[in-house]
Write a protein that binds this ligand. Structure first.
Ligand code: ARG
Length: 455
């Protein structure tokens, strides 16, 4: 097929070169963004009297019909075309004739692809935000149902202090809320690149502000060379997506642990678990494991784009075509992981009794024993030591701090009275942790209200 640039060349492009060079197989995903950008560009060309209004009308109608046919699947994308930009322009000219050839006035594929990518990031940010909001609302629902569900909190994966399942879920909800705010922050820096042309702007009297406004950007890029060379927003988005996957993978790890017989804190719904081909008893948390595993590819995509951009001289270099598959893959991966993970959580059953039993073992109220003494005037370090001695007594006599007789307490310190048992009752231990951001019911309810007010 003769190329658009055939004029300067004396030979046709080798088929293998076209296959190697083309990006249509993946940038076909950008057809909506490309058409939207072209429509804004054409309208501006008309408004600035750069091309006649009759041609603009034809271009807009032509692009509209191409969009409709692509949406409905009645127009097949030519997989021999070099990229989506060339394909749409060629199809337009096929449909409307010479007017189609005017669309590329004051434009280059360099600013065109930069616009498409900016628009794609803008749209995908909104989609990912919606999924994060859905995840947060699932977590809030679980939290509201489990304000009194006592479980151990861990450090070093060793039982540490009593918390509630609601508190635990709100920790994750806040992580995902930060992810949303990171995405919102990224959109502040998205700018409109069209009108930068190849790298040095254009001699035509264009109106970049108008195009920016039409496409819902705050401003055009301030420097055209930067505009066509910039892929910072692709890297930032990939980094934000990596952070989301990191959060999801930590959560996935917890689900994997909690569904094990050793923990037994939750049971996955049969519809969200898988069996084994050989071991009939198995119920596996494949979704959580896959989410944990897919974190690897999203991190890999981030490294890949960072490395593609490393050392690239200004302005556009073809290397930059390699940003697309990596970014698309990260976005698709996140959009697959978030909803299925949320559904897996919302359909699972909590084994509240097992959580409580685990909380009763492991001396997770030992800090409260120390605090009891400290509040009666003993310096905290000494109180800490007494509590440690009591734990040792419990271990030797096969007791918990709650079952240890008062005489044993008194042997360690005369400050102990019968009210120690009420003090170290797990429910009270949680309730007394009423510091701002703590696990007490009141505090968790405040945390829930706060997050509900944001979203
Ligand atoms: N397919 C190209 C890309 O994704 C579009 C821009 C091509 N520009 C050029 N001067 N060859 O980066």
């Amino acid at each position: 097929m003769a190329k658009m640039w055939a004029g300067r060349f004396s030979k046709e492009e080798d088929k293998a070169v076209n296959d190697f060079n083309k990006s249509i197989t993946f940038d076909k995903k950008l057809y909506k963004e490309d058409i939207k950008g072209s429509m804004a560009h054409a309208s501006m060309l008309g408004a600035c009297s750069i091309i006649p209004m009759q041609d603009v009308e034809k271009i807009l109608q032509g692009l509209e019909s191409i969009l409709k046919d692509l949406d409905e699947g009645t127009l097949a994308i030519d997989m021999d075309a070099e990229d989506i930009h060339m394909f749409i322009e060629a199809e337009l000219t096929k449909r409307i004739g010479d007017a189609g050839k005017k669309l590329h006035t004051a434009r280059s594929r360099n600013d065109q692809v930069a616009l498409d990518m900016n628009l794609y990031v803008k749209g995908s940010v909104e989609e990912v935000k919606e999924e994060l909001k859905n995840m947060i609302s699932v977590l809030v629902d679980i939290a509201e149902d489990n304000l009194d569900t006592i479980m151990p909190g861990y450090t070093h994966l060793q039982r540490a202090q009593p918390v509630t399942f609601a508190y635990y879920m709100m920790a994750y909800a806040n992580m995902f809320a930060r992810d949303i705010s990171r995405l919102e922050d990224l959109t502040i820096r998205l700018k409109m690149p069209l009108g930068s042309a190849a790298l040095a702007g254009t001699t035509y009297p264009i109106d970049r502000e108008m195009v920016a406004k039409k496409l819902d950007f705050s401003d055009p890029y301030a420097n055209a060379m930067d505009a066509v060379s910039d892929r910072d927003y692709v890297i930032e988005f990939s980094s934000d997506l990596s952070m989301i996957m990191m959060h999801l993978s930590r959560f996935a790890e917890e689900v994997i642990l909690w569904t094990s017989t050793e923990f037994g804190y939750i049971e996955l719904d049969d519809a969200y678990a898988t069996g084994s081909s050989i071991m009939p008893q198995k119920k596996n948390p494949d979704i959580a494991e896959l989410v944990r595993g897919k974190t690897g590819r999203v991190y890999g995509n981030l490294m890949s784009i960072l490395t593609v951009m490393k050392g690239l001289p200004l302005a556009y270099d073809k290397d930059m075509q390699e940003d697309k598959e990596a970014l698309f893959d990260s976005v698709d991966t996140i959009k697959a992981c978030l909803p299925i993970f949320a559904a897996m959580l919302s359909t699972s059953t909590l084994k509240v009794e097992n959580m409580k039993k685990a909380a009763e073992k492991g001396f997770i109220n030992a800090t409260d024993v120390a605090d009891y003494l400290a509040k009666k005037g003993m310096p905290f370090r000494d109180a800490y030591k007494c509590s440690g001695q009591l734990v040792a007594v419990c271990i030797n006599t096969n007791n918990t701090l709650n079952s240890l007789p008062i005489e044993e307490y008194k042997k360690i310190s005369s400050l102990f009275e019968n009210d120690i048992y009420e003090t170290i009752d797990l429910k009270n231990c949680v309730e007394k942790r009423a510091s701002q951001g703590g696990p007490s019911k009141k505090s968790v309810i405040q945390q829930i209200e706060k997050i509900k007010n944001i979203f």
